[in-house]
Write a protein that binds this ligand. Structure first.
Ligand code: NAD
Length: 266
């Protein structure tokens, strides 16, 4: 596996779950990693653990839906580590409800974190990635969005999430076209269910909303369409993110990579 020595990655939502696993794997492969999260204490703790095990990491306080916080946090990373090669736009939350009962405020919050967050972090990262170096060439870089199987499939109760995750495909494809001239590539990783805190919270919520047991939510809703009834793991997603960040050419750009135990096949 190619390494990320000398590279700098900014990962949002990296204080927990999938983002944290990507940060840890990237650090093991030589990258300096910025753990950007709305939960600063948790972000600092993840960064401290990576530093303690011989990696190079910093915690960054960042609400991805706040333009000023995104710009300041991104600049702080570039100042501290001297460059920015990979952006992983991963921060996310889940709110479930049927459409007719979905609070408008919840809808706006979901789109703000998932879509505004992806846009704002991308725009901030491009200020560096598009900038020309001493030889007159753009720095370039790779932007990876954390989509979902819900970038391609719909599920009941998840209108805002499904809408936002589908929207990321549009942003990634547009960036692939606009970014090519600047050496910037983009991808969407689309995981199936991964047992992170985000999913643990949904099991009792869906059980109540659908009137079925928690066991039935896992077997008959979450994993029903996988080929083997297995959860995807944070390690599976981290390995995919490593593969995309170390792929040697722009043959792969503008793609969505579905990692779901066969739930969605494209
Ligand atoms: P998680 O709850 O474990 O971690 C999410 C992190 O995002 C947390 O550390 C949280 O503090 C942070 N966060 C929330 N709002 C933020 C904001 N406004 N600004 C900055 N940080 C914020 O969740 P996870 O399962 O690791 O999810 C990460 C991403 O993966 C999300 O985009 C999610 O939609 C996506 N995803 C998850 C699954 C799954 O099954 N877990 C499947 C597909 C896609």
């Amino acid at each position: 596996m190619a390494r990320l020595d000398g590279k700098v990655a900014l990962i949002t939502g990296a204080a927990s779950g999938i983002g944290k696993a990507i940060a840890e794997l990237y650090a093991q492969h030589g990258a300096s990693v910025a753990i950007a999260d709305i939960d600063q204490r948790a972000a600092d703790a993840v960064a401290a653990a990576i530093n303690a095990s011989g990696g190079r990491a910093m915690g960054v306080a960042m609400d991805v839906s706040d333009e000023a916080a995104v710009n300041a946090g991104t600049e702080a990373v570039i100042n501290a580590f001297g460059r920015l090669d990979v952006l992983i736009s991963n921060a996310g939350v889940q709110i479930v409800n049927p459409i007719d009962q979905f609070a408008f405020a919840d809808w706006k919050k979901m789109l703000a974190i998932h879509l505004d967050g992806a846009f704002l972090t991308t725009k901030a990262a491009l200020q560096y990635m598009y900038r020309e170096n001493a030889e007159g060439r753009s720095h370039g870089g790779i932007v990876i969005y954390m989509g979902s199987v819900h970038s391609h499939e719909a599920s009941k109760l998840k209108s805002a999430y499904v809408t936002a995750k589908h929207g990321l495909l549009g942003l990634a494809r547009t960036l692939a076209k606009e970014g090519a001239a600047h050496g910037v590539r983009s991808h969407v990783i689309c995981p199936g269910f991964v047992r992170t805190p985000l999913v643990e919270r949904q099991i009792p919520e869906q059980s109540r909303a659908l009137g079925i047991s928690e066991d039935a939510v896992v077997k008959d809703v979450m994993l029903k369409d996988t080929v083997d009834g297995e959860f995807t793991t944070v390690e599976d997603i981290a390995q995919t993110a490593l593969y995309l960040a170390t792929f040697p050419s722009a043959a792969l750009t503008g793609q969505s990579i579905v990692v779901t135990h066969g739930w969605h096949m494209q």
